[in-house]
Design a protein. Structure first.
Length: 280
């Protein structure tokens, strides 16, 4: 596994073989994000993406009150985010701000780009950036007490870190997406489940984590060639036609099917034994 995973704003632990737990670690501020945090987020997920000791990631927030309350507006103001538009030249100010937004988007997208499946467990306040992070993950679970909101219109701007692009592809109703994004209204766990934003609701954070760990363990026992290929193909096909997806899958599997994992999985099924796969 190499050097330990030691970070200022994220706790990284290994609760079981091949499963890593990434916890947002700013509990006193409701795990709210500012510049240094999302840059560190990208560092964590880029490293996990290529760590052969990792096959599945569980993503949570510290404490009981919030997964994340979103952007730390005060910290962002203190760091000068608002002043980036103060240049007398509108085009130069816009260029600087566009670069800043692209940096934020890239950090959030590191979750989706990570080769390993990410299970996001939401609880308490899950606002603004929480939705950006959650829809970049692969599987979402939450607690009955979770309170969601796409809050960005309440601070004077459209959401810019992924929600408006990904949320319509995650849930089944575009009308509902426009409802919550235009109004910034709060919605609860039952509503999130009904539209498909989450796939499971649990009474406590501990119960949700236990279920996430169970799912992670089940995935981690599969061939990493198969699991990582499946994530890549699903994400790639989501944004393209069926015909394009089928063609890409044929090219991908022309290589993947040559793996030893293919025969190991087939034989273990016939022999009724649990297969063991090499690290990837």
């Amino acid at each position: 596994m190499g050097a330990p995973y030691l970070y200022e704003y994220f706790n990284v632990t290994f609760p079981q073989e091949y499963v890593v737990h990434v916890e947002i670690n700013r509990e006193k501020k409701l795990n709210a994000f500012f510049d240094s945090m999302w840059l560190e987020l990208k560092t964590v997920f880029y490293r996990l993406s290529t760590d052969s000791s990792v096959r599945v990631i569980i993503f949570t927030g510290a404490g009981e009150r919030a997964f994340t309350a979103g952007l730390d507006v005060q910290a962002a103001s203190d760091s000068g985010v608002g002043s980036r538009t103060a240049s007398g030249d509108g085009a130069r100010a816009a260029t600087a701000l566009r670069r800043s937004i692209l940096d934020l988007q890239d950090c959030v997208s590191s979750i989706e780009k990570c080769e390993k499946p990410v299970i996001c467990i939401l609880h308490g306040f899950s606002l603004g950036l929480a939705i950006d992070l959650a829809v970049a993950a692969d599987i979402r679970l939450c607690t009955t007490s979770t309170r969601f909101a796409v809050k960005e219109v309440d601070i004077g701007a459209p959401a810019d870190a992924g929600t408006l692009s990904r949320l319509p592809k995650v849930v089944g109703s575009f009308s509902w997406v426009k409802d919550v994004c235009l109004s910034a209204r709060m919605f609860d766990a039952n509503e999130a489940l009904s539209v498909g934003l989450v796939s499971g609701v649990f009474v406590t954070k501990e119960e949700a984590f236990t279920e996430g760990l169970r799912q992670a363990g089940r995935i981690a026992r599969k061939s990493p060639i198969a699991v990582q290929g499946t994530k890549e193909l699903l994400n790639w096909s989501r944004d393209r036609t069926v015909a394009d997806g089928l063609r890409y899958t044929s090219v991908w599997n022309s290589a993947a099917a040559q793996s030893k994992d293919f025969n190991i999985a087939l034989l273990s099924g016939l022999q009724k034994r649990t297969p063991r796969f090499e690290k990837l």
